[in-house]
Design a protein around this ligand. Structure first.
Ligand SMILES: *Cc1c(COP(=O)(O)O)cnc(C)c1O
Length: 246
């Protein structure tokens, strides 16, 4: 669908439905909806449709590929609507080191920190522009061999190293569930991340704190909220009726 009044209306309906579903999921488990940030994932659409999502109320946008983030940042800067300047950008997919310099100035959060080399390069660049970048370490908890993220056995070492870097603010953990996993499997994977967070905070008390858990996408954010997610990354639900998935 081309950007139009029609797409704007559909995106608005989708956004309000997702907000309600997040509120309901919070209520069911006795949490406040203010504890859960919805990151609208825009990787399926171009800048004009992403701008319509912002106008409808979503102020946190996530991108998988840095190039798509740059493209939208540039488009938003060329527009006159003030709300487009209020967007907080979240890089949720792998960030290659050669893309750091161009991406970093725009970022509010990196969800996908997955190596010490990346962490060191990021801290160095962030220091050079006097920025403190909030980062989440991506943990691989799924049985899906293709998934990115750090193995559970390597998490302590990376967490402690990141905590000592001057220009990164270690804020929590991120994970993706197994593709096509049953509800039980997915919930167990999210629980594993929460337990890992609780264990790390206990073991390294006073040295680290990991308040944020970025868990859950369109298909499993309710389970993620039940397991303590503070950020959900919602893509396809927001673009229903606007784009076609194959
Ligand atoms: C695409 C993507 C999402 C959103 O997934 P949907 O199923 O479309 O909601 C969330 N997180 C990451 C890392 C993604 O790449």
């Amino acid at each position: 669908m081309q950007p139009s009044e029609n797409s704007h209306r559909r995106i608005g309906e989708n956004w309000h439905r997702v907000v309600q579903q997040v509120e309901q999921a919070c209520r069911r488990v006795g949490r406040l909806s203010s504890e859960v940030l919805i990151v609208g994932v825009c990787k399926y659409v171009g800048p004009e449709l992403a701008a319509q999502l912002v106008q409808t109320g979503c102020r946190n946008l996530g991108e998988n590929r840095p190039q798509s983030l740059w493209e939208k940042v540039e488009y938003f800067a060329s527009q006159t609507q003030d709300v487009l300047g209020q967007v907080a950008w979240h890089q949720i997919g792998h960030l290659q080191r050669n893309k750091i310099r161009r991406t970093l100035p725009h970022l509010s959060y990196l969800h996908s920190l997955d190596s010490l080399r990346l962490a060191e390069a990021l801290s160095c660049e962030a220091g050079a522009i006097s920025k403190q970048l909030p980062v989440l370490v991506e943990v691989n908890v799924s049985r899906d061999a293709s998934k990115s993220g750090v193995a559970a056995s390597e998490i302590d070492e990376l967490i402690l190293a990141v905590a000592s870097l001057p220009s990164l603010r270690l804020s929590g953990l991120m994970a993706m569930s197994s593709l096509g996993g049953s509800a039980d499997t997915v919930r167990a994977e999210f629980a594993q991340v929460r337990e890992m967070r609780d264990r790390l905070e206990r073991q390294y008390a006073g040295r680290i704190s990991l308040p944020e858990l970025s868990l859950g996408m369109s298909g499993d954010f309710e389970l993620a909220i039940a397991e303590g997610a503070t950020m959900v990354r919602i893509g396809s639900s927001l673009w229903e009726g606007v784009i076609t998935h194959d």
